[in-house]
Every structure is written in C-alpha cells, then in structure tokens.
Design a protein around this ligand. Structure first.
Ligand code: FAD
Length: 296
C-alpha cells in the first residue's frame, strides 16, 4: 500500500532518525531501530545532509535495514540543492534496488562557501523530477511558522502549493511547540485548496541548548510555558527529560483529538523517549483508527 493511502485508514504515527557516519554509530542505530520496532511505527524516515550525497550510502544503508530487515516502510530524505540530475538518478536507482519506494523531497539548507548545482533550486523541481522517474511515493516539508526565507505567508503557501502540484502527496511539518501555529497553518492550507495529508512534526525536547539552537536557526517560537520548563530544569537532566516528554505528549493528545492526519516524531535516535511517548498515547491512535473504520 502506498504510504499516502495509510492516512485514509488511520492517524499515522511515524519516526525520523539520522544516520551516524561511523560503523559503530550505524550498529548502535540498528539496535535502536530494533527497539523502535516494538512501537509499530507506520514508517521511519532517514535524513540526508544537504551537502552530503557522499554520505547517501549511510542513508541508504539505514533505510535498507528499516525496509528489509525490520519490514517497516522506510522514507529516504533527498535534498536537491547541491545535486545534479545524474547524482539524484543514481540515488533513486540505488533506493529502488533496495526496495525503498518512499522519498521526502527537500531543497536543503544553503552551505556557506558551496555553490548550488542549479538543477534543483527548490523542492518542487525535485518533486517534478522524481515524479517523472516514477516508482516513488513523494513527501515534502512544510512550515507552520512559515519558512524563514519566505517573503510572506502568502508566498510560503503559494510555493507549497507548487510543490504539492509537482507531485508531493503528503507533507511533514517542521517541529513546533505551540499547536496554535499548526491549526492556523491548516486554515491557510484549506484556503489554498492544498488537500494532501499533513503530519505534525513533534520533537520531545530533553536538552535546553540543543532546542535553543534549533529554534534560532529555524525561526521556531519557544512559548512562555515551554521556556519556563527549559530554564527550571536545564541542569536537571532527569526532570528535563520527564518535562520534555510530558510536553510532547500534551501536544500529541491535543493534535490527535483534534483530528490530525499524523504525528511524525523527531526521535534524535533516542528509542527510550519515543517508547515513552508511544506508551502514553497509543490508545488515542487506536481510537482514531477505529473511528475511521466506522466512518468508511
Ligand atoms: P523549498 O520547498 O524549496 O522552500 C524553501 C524556500 O523557498 C521557502 O521559503 C519557499 O517558500 C521558497 N520556495 C519554494 N519553492 C520556490 C520556487 N519555486 N520559487 C521561489 N521560491 C520558492 N534538510 C536536509 O538537508 N536534510 C534532511 O534530511 C532534512 N530533513 C527535513 C525534514 C523535514 C520534515 C523538514 C521540515 C525539514 C528538513 N530539512 C532537511 C531542512 C530543509 O532542507 C530546510 O528547511 C530548507 O531550508 C528548505 O527545504 P524545503 O524542501 O522546504 O525547501
């Protein structure tokens, strides 16, 4: 079944991991992934750094393990800014050879001192190219708080529509800590007649410095409620972890009960946190699946 079709049957629960670049790191990630299989994610996506087609082997290795050893659908991230059509074609050929049939198309972030190839200046160019290649279910990224480089909210949605029209059949949001941003974003999608399923990207935050860095580079707001948690527990790792997980659970409860299409958990390769979140929320996903079954 194509991943996109899953959304008709259930509220999707998916995970994201990143590939370490050492053999030991990959082996550790394999153990983490085996652990994560217990929580039955609908798919697991694997990142690939924008400048890193040289590292695409690691992404393929991890995606292959997920798809073929664990029998969980794998989604390979493909950033296009620094890639030629020939390189992307080779990557797609490799993915097909490993039976990985899902990709997340991305532009990727600009890297200082590196000149973009110019063949995939935006994610929509890559979506068009991969759609023509065939064989793939194509997901794309979106930004409830508006992409940092968008000149306006209108432009942000205009180009998102272009990406969807080019062949993206499912969207995953950047992480956010205030669900109001997500609900406002969904309203903008509705006005623009963007009808593909949208998964909410949620990251359990267990480290103040890490989250402040992410928030700064990606323009994510840290709401007051969350800032208080960060400053109170920044030097108390166990309490910070409990609070970060509870905050993520709270977001998920609100989103699932409001009918979100799916939750995409940025795991940061931490199985324990993901398992705790699943333990606290799995009955909500089961309830949503039952409701969809009755509605059909
Ligand atoms: P685009 O869709 O191309 O949009 C980028 C900007 O350009 C936006 O402001 C948009 O409005 C504008 N724009 C879009 N199309 C056009 C057009 N045709 N003409 C003019 N302007 C346009 N990065 C990685 O390097 N590797 C990863 O694995 C990775 N995974 C990610 C996963 C998710 C779920 C998310 C949300 C982001 C991820 N990123 C990753 C980061 C992403 O690469 C950056 O956010 C990047 O800055 C934008 O990528 P995009 O695909 O959204 O770009």
């Amino acid at each position: 079944m194509a991943l996109t079709d899953l959304f008709e049957k259930k509220t999707v629960f998916s995970l994201e991991v990143f590939p370490p670049h050492t053999q030991v790191g990959i082996e550790n990630l394999s153990k983490t992934l085996v652990d994560l299989k217990q929580i039955k994610p609908d798919f697991i996506s694997v990142t690939l750094g924008a400048g890193g087609m040289a590292k695409s082997e690691d992404t393929i290795k991890v995606a292959d393990f997920i798809q073929n050893d664990l029998q969980i659908p794998a989604v390979a991230h493909v950033p296009g800014l620094y890639q030629s059509k020939a390189k992307v074609t080779r990557l797609l050929d490799d993915l097909v050879a490993h039976d990985v049939k899902n990709v997340l198309v991305l532009r990727g972030d600009a890297i200082e001192g590196e000149i973009p190839v110019g063949e995939f200046n935006h994610a929509n160019d890559l979506a068009t190219f991969i759609k023509e290649y065939g064989a793939f279910d194509i997901a794309g990224a979106c930004y409830p708080q508006v992409h940092l480089e968008s000149a306006s909210t209108v432009d942000d949605i205009r180009y998102l529509k272009k990406k969807v029209d080019a062949g993206v059949t499912h969207l995953i949001t950047q992480l956010f800590f205030d669900n109001t941003h997500f609900y406002n974003f969904k309203e903008r999608l509705e006005l623009a007649d963007i009808q593909v399923p949208v998964e909410a990207g949620i990251m359990p935050c267990t480290n103040k410095k890490q989250i402040e860095r992410i928030a700064q580079v990606s323009g994510i707001e840290i709401p007051k409620k969350f800032a208080s948690i960060l400053s109170r527990y920044e030097n108390k790792p166990e309490a910070m972890r409990d609070a970060g997980i509870a905050f993520a659970v709270d977001q998920i409860v609100d989103l699932v009960s409001s009918g979100v299409d799916g939750i995409h958990l940025y795991t940061m390769n931490n199985a324990e946190n993901a398992k705790r979140i699943w333990a606290a929320t799995h009955s909500l996903f089961e309830d949503a699946a039952t409701e969809k079954l009755i509605a059909h």
